[in-house]
Design a binder for this molecule. Structure first.
Ligand code: PEP
Ligand code: CO
Length: 468
């Protein structure tokens, strides 16, 4: 056993702590473990060059912000706030415009307004954005128009075109993903702190294609109510200009931290506390395909101080769930760990209760979030990968019912959506039909809710939060 100096829990004083080999961690200790879902990079030299360069680039987020998010999520763990985590399945280099970022933000702000106004619960707003570029795949190859190709693994790794050369993993894409994340982050900071997210703008977030629908008109009525409330408070003599929370929002970034070399390069030691932070995003999660007990992802995640998530699909056992918590949050810090269940509408009522009991009985203060998308994907009659809003809402309904029965807090929802008027998921008040899927099916990976369907979902969640 060797003794190393490490900053401990007592303020910022250096305290000696015994460290066994088993517990010592650095941003690269994951390299000694089997890492699932990593690309087959053709040229190690080129990869190393990119990673070295990324290691010198500025962080995208700061440790202080990340700690603030952990405290905010601790409020969720305690049942006093609700998480809305939403965005693309996969961001793309192609669809990278200010308008696309703005429109996605608009939908998320609208949904947050519906939830806060409709349920009176503070909403933690988190995007699958500014880094969501890597995809785990069920198979290493896929067949496109009769041709077998290496699987598309996200724009951070290879190109989606149906061409074998385009599918070769290219480390230059890691740099491009970082650059796009930085520019996206910059715009998000400007939008959320510079006036666009001001509650006085609540009407302007309603996009035209949404405003004309029943969902959009319902939103208009909420927006009018908020405006009336603001006018009322001003008339009472309350100085609203001084209330920062009316004019700015905290918007957090998140993604699946899949490509560990990239995440390692952006992991930095905080000069204030000595702790390590993955500065590629405020919140990062482990996917359902990379949560192996002795795998590289768990090793990497246990050492970073960000708030983290783990996706739990139908194959996870209650014991495994409790073991994951023990491994990733042994000190049981509230807000540190979010469990994102994606069990499917037909199985959640059977599978979720034992998971909740195992985690609760082991004393873990987790945030429970429902991903109602990934357990409800199917192939439409026309051959499109899709999801039906009814199944999505059914899984969320069961999520609330089960948590209420177990006495735990249904802490949030995690959804794939876009601000664009796409036809990728079926259903909704303004129904998308099977025959319409081909009209605007634009996703680079999984099917996303469009703006109207996203609002439908927010109304339903607000009702569930109110307990009706
Ligand atoms: C995803 O969130 O896009 C994803 C791949 O999810 P999961 O790991 O739950 O399958
Ligand atoms: Co997805």
């Amino acid at each position: 056993m060797k003794l190393i100096l490490r900053r401990g829990d007592v303020g910022s004083t250096l305290v000696p702590r015994p460290m066994t080999t088993e517990t010592s961690w650095t941003p690269s200790t994951w390299r000694a473990r089997p890492a699932a879902q990593q690309p087959d990079w053709p040229d190690d030299g080129a990869l190393d060059d990119v990673l070295k360069r990324l290691g010198t680039r500025p962080p995208l987020v700061f440790a202080g912000e990340v700690r603030q998010l952990t405290s905010t999520l601790a409020e969720v763990a305690a049942g006093r706030a609700f998480v809305l985590q939403a965005g693309d399945c996969a961001e793309s280099f192609e669809a990278f415009t200010a308008d696309a970022i703005r429109d996605k933000l608009k939908v998320i702000l609208q949904m947050a307004v519906v939830l806060t106004y409709g349920a009176g619960v503070p909403v933690v707003k988190m995007g699958r954005i500014a880094g969501q570029f890597a995809k785990p795949r069920s198979s290493a190859t896929e067949v496109v128009e009769g041709v077998v190709l290496p699987a598309y693994r996200g724009d951070m790794v290879n190109d989606i075109s149906a061409d074998p050369a385009a599918r070769v993993a290219d480390p230059g894409r890691l740099q491009r993903a970082y650059d796009q994340s930085a520019a996206t982050m910059n715009l998000l900071r400007a939008f959320t702190k510079g006036g666009f997210a001001d509650l006085n703008q609540v009407h302007t977030w309603n996009q035209e294609f949404v405003a004309s629908s029943a969902e959009g008109q319902r939103y208009e009525r909420i927006a009018a109510g908020i405006e009336r409330a603001l006018r009322f408070m001003a008339a009472c003599g309350i100085d609203l200009a001084q209330e920062a929370s009316l004019h700015q929002v905290d918007f957090w970034t998140s993604h699946e931290a899949l490509i560990l070399g990239y995440e390692e390069a952006l992991t930095r030691q905080d000069s204030l506390t000595g702790g390590w932070y993955d500065c590629s995003a405020h919140f990062v999660w482990i996917g359902d395909r990379t949560r192996q007990r002795d795998g590289a992802h768990l090793e990497f995640f246990r050492g970073i101080n960000n708030p983290i998530g783990v996706k739990l699909g139908p194959s996870v056992s209650p014991d495994e769930a409790a073991a994951l918590c023990e491994h990733l949050n042994p000190r049981r810090v509230p807000g540190r760990l979010t469990l994102i269940t994606r069990l499917g509408a037909s199985r959640i009522e059977e599978l979720l209760p034992p998971l909740i009991r195992a985690v609760r009985d082991a004393g873990h203060p987790v945030v429970w979030v429902c991903d109602p998308m990934h357990g409800n994907t199917f192939v439409s009659a026309g051959g499109r990968k899709t999801r039906h809003l009814d199944h999505v809402l059914a899984e969320i309904g069961s999520f609330f019912r089960v948590h209420r029965a177990e006495g735990t807090w249904p802490g949030g929802v995690h959804v794939e959506l876009t601000g664009d008027d796409v036809t990728e998921c079926l259903g909704g008040a303004e129904e998308v039909l099977d025959s319409q899927l081909d009209l605007r099916y634009l996703t680079a990976c999984d099917p996303r809710l469009n703006g109207r369907q996203s609002l439908d979902l927010a109304y339903r969640v607000a009702e569930l939060l109110r307990g009706s």
